[in-house]
Write a protein that binds this ligand. Structure first.
Ligand code: SF4
Length: 282
């Protein structure tokens, strides 16, 4: 496996399965991603600053960059497995180091106790541990595109992290401490279970892999049961979020998220109007 200096992105792989076609002709309809749904639910005001009002964030949370780099490293290792390779733990660790070295470095803000070096060491160890545990597991598709109708007027779009041959979709998360369970990710898992079933006519198995970047890095693999209710809950939630966005309902959600929010300054000035309305009123 080429690990150290080749920074080319791996070509994304489409699912080699029959895709149930849209019964829809013409240009693509509006779509929403799971990550935007989650951000709106976490804080609709933050969503509006970032996606509706064009406010430049004051910084980039390093934790988010760490998660993005981890996904790129996993994508590369999974692709190597997809073409028949068996990645070694030390190679996987080198892949992470290489990707971490290439990260955007400007404007990163680190949480207390974390630094670029800490993330590099913990990320490399997590990759090695993951590969030691799962290196032989077969891969059917790496980061396959998702686009399925949520309603007559709206699609769900995104990418699954990984699909294994037994109709098992696998999602990866990074965390800084032991997660309490899978509840906080159930909406996303239900979204992809819903999408997979729409695309392939098969109800998938679902796994969640959490890469815990604590002082003792740990990889936690959990199989998650996604029920019919969970799927229906996701679809209903997505519709409510779209209704809120369409109606431009973007209230703040003061809470734990504010401590590391890159939009805290404009939020403190917010008076109920969109940020661009404030500019035009001045
Ligand atoms: S500071 Fe808090 S309430 Fe304001 S946008 Fe950020 S997360 Fe939302």
């Amino acid at each position: 496996m080429n690990t150290g200096t080749d920074h080319q992105e791996v070509a994304r792989t489409r699912l080699p399965l029959t895709v149930v076609p849209d019964d829809h002709e013409g240009p693509k309809r509006p779509a929403i991603t799971v990550s935007r749904i989650k951000q709106y639910l976490a804080c609709a005001r933050q969503y509006a600053f970032e996606h509706e009002e064009g406010i430049v964030p004051a910084f980039e949370p390093a934790a988010r960059t760490f998660g993005q780099v981890m996904h790129k490293a996993l994508e590369r290792v999974h692709h190597y497995r997809f073409v028949g390779g068996y990645p070694r733990a030390d190679q996987a660790a080198d892949v992470f180091r290489s990707k971490w070295f290439d990260r955007p470095k400007n404007g990163l803000r680190y949480l207390s106790g974390f630094s670029a070096k800490v993330y590099e060491e913990r990320g490399a160890e997590l990759m090695a541990r993951y590969v030691e545990a799962c290196a032989d597991d077969a891969v059917l598709a790496v980061e396959p595109d998702v686009r399925v109708p949520l309603s007559d007027a709206l699609d769900l779009a995104g990418r699954m992290d990984l699909v294994r041959p037994d109709d098992r979709i696998v999602e990866f998360k990074t965390a800084h401490r032991q997660p309490f369970g899978t509840r906080e990710h159930l909406l996303q898992l239900a979204a992809y279970a819903f999408a997979y079933e729409r695309m392939h006519g098969v109800r998938p198995h679902v796994s969640l892999v959490t890469m815990v970047a604590s002082s003792v890095p740990e990889v936690i693999v959990r199989n998650v049961r996604v029920s019919d209710n969970d799927r229906a809950f996701f679809v209903a939630t997505a519709h409510e979020v779209v209704r809120g966005i369409t109606a431009k309902v973007f209230p703040p959600t003061p809470g734990a998220l504010c401590t590391h929010c890159p939009f805290a300054a404009p939020c403190a000035q917010w008076d109920g109007r969109a940020a661009n309305d404030n500019a035009s009123a001045d």
